[in-house]
Design a protein around this ligand. Structure first.
Ligand code: FE2
Length: 335
């Protein structure tokens, strides 16, 4: 059953509206003032499907009431309002609509007109609400799908290399943690997580036998490996919805002192996200098993990060990584 709150300081108006609506099976609550309405909603927690609101009332008029109503915490869950008015000037209508009223019903009240307007607004509001819900759930579905695709892609990259099982995922997790400690918002943390997951995506273009070659690489083979940031960027640039996605891929092998690749960028020329991912990437490389060694002792890893401050790494993010190492008393943060 649809529920309507009627707010009018004049009893006769409340009675007319109540009678008309009740006869058509509406549930109706009659209120005498704007303040009563605000209490009814915000203090008592009621949520009628529609509010019929008189404009001219002593103390708080209809305009002031709707302002307070929509400035409140219910604003995302707005209740539609129809103004009840004796005045029909253009100015009054304009102001009412500007304040967010859906429609007007003029006094004297004609029952059919009232019923028609109330029915139509409730129906529209319901449709609007269900569409909004639908959009929200589709957006969530879409996001979860893209997360899964990215995760799968990251696993595929790691699978190329016998010794980088779960590397992309760990780099993403460490990057997110550094970013979080540095004060990134939730959204920015999600973004850097994605960048971390895909930082090595360009390895798809490097032949497996080079990636997994046990001995020393020839110059040519090393050049092939070094091409992965540029390939990665080229792949990720196509994701127009997330223009920064390629940042980690392109610049995670840059070094703070300018001796990295592919562009030899220096200091803050390297985008911040890439400077974070570079620290996370190096940390994971040292704390993962390799064909020629197991994971390094934690003290050695700490020393290496410390030593790379200002040369290989941005000192700020290196310090955050060191803080994370120091908190990791049992050395759980490794492959
Ligand atoms: Fe890489």
């Amino acid at each position: 059953m649809n529920w309507v709150a009627v707010v009018d300081d004049e009893e006769v108006n409340r009675q007319i509206v109540c009678r008309v609506l009740k006869k058509s099976d509406y549930m109706v609550t009659a209120l005498e003032s704007g303040q009563e309405l605000l209490d009814f909603i915000y203090v008592k927690g009621n949520r009628p499907d529609l509010i019929i609101l008189d404009i001219i009332m002593p103390q708080m008029d209809g305009f002031e009431t709707i302002k307070r109503l929509q400035g409140g915490s219910f604003s995302s869950n707005r209740i539609p309002v129809i103004f009840l008015t004796g005045e029909t000037t253009e100015e009054v209508e304009k102001q009412g609509l500007k304040l967010g009223a859906e429609d007007f019903v003029r006094k004297p009240i004609y029952p059919d007109v009232l019923l028609h307007r109330v029915g139509r607004i409730i129906e529209l509001d319901r449709m609007h609400r269900s569409m909004a819900q639908e959009i929200e759930s589709k957006a969530a579905e879409c996001e979860s799908l893209s997360r899964h695709v990215v995760q799968t892609l990251a696993e595929a990259i790691d699978a190329k290399d016998t010794y980088t099982n779960g590397h992309s995922d760990r780099v993403a997790v460490y990057s997110r943690e550094i970013a979080k400690r540095f004060g990134y918002s939730e959204k920015e943390q999600d973004d850097i997580y994605m960048m971390g997951l895909l930082h090595d995506v360009g390895k798809i273009g490097v032949p497996d036998e080079i990636i997994n070659k046990p001995g020393k690489l020839t110059d040519e083979e090393f050049e092939a490996i070094k091409s992965h940031p540029v390939t990665g960027e080229r792949i990720l640039k196509k994701v127009k919805e997330m223009p920064k996605l390629s940042v980690g891929a392109r610049w995670h092998h840059e070094k703070y002192d300018g001796t990295g690749y592919p562009d030899g960028l220096k200091g803050e020329e390297i985008l911040e996200e890439a400077r974070i991912i570079a620290v996370a990437d190096a940390y994971d490389a040292m704390t993962s098993n390799r064909s020629y060694r197991g994971l390094l002792p934690q003290s050695k890893v700490r020393e290496e990060i410390e030593r790379g401050k200002g040369t290989q790494f941005d000192p700020v993010f290196a310090d955050i990584m060191i803080q994370m190492i120091d908190e990791d008393k049992d050395y759980l943060m490794h492959e």
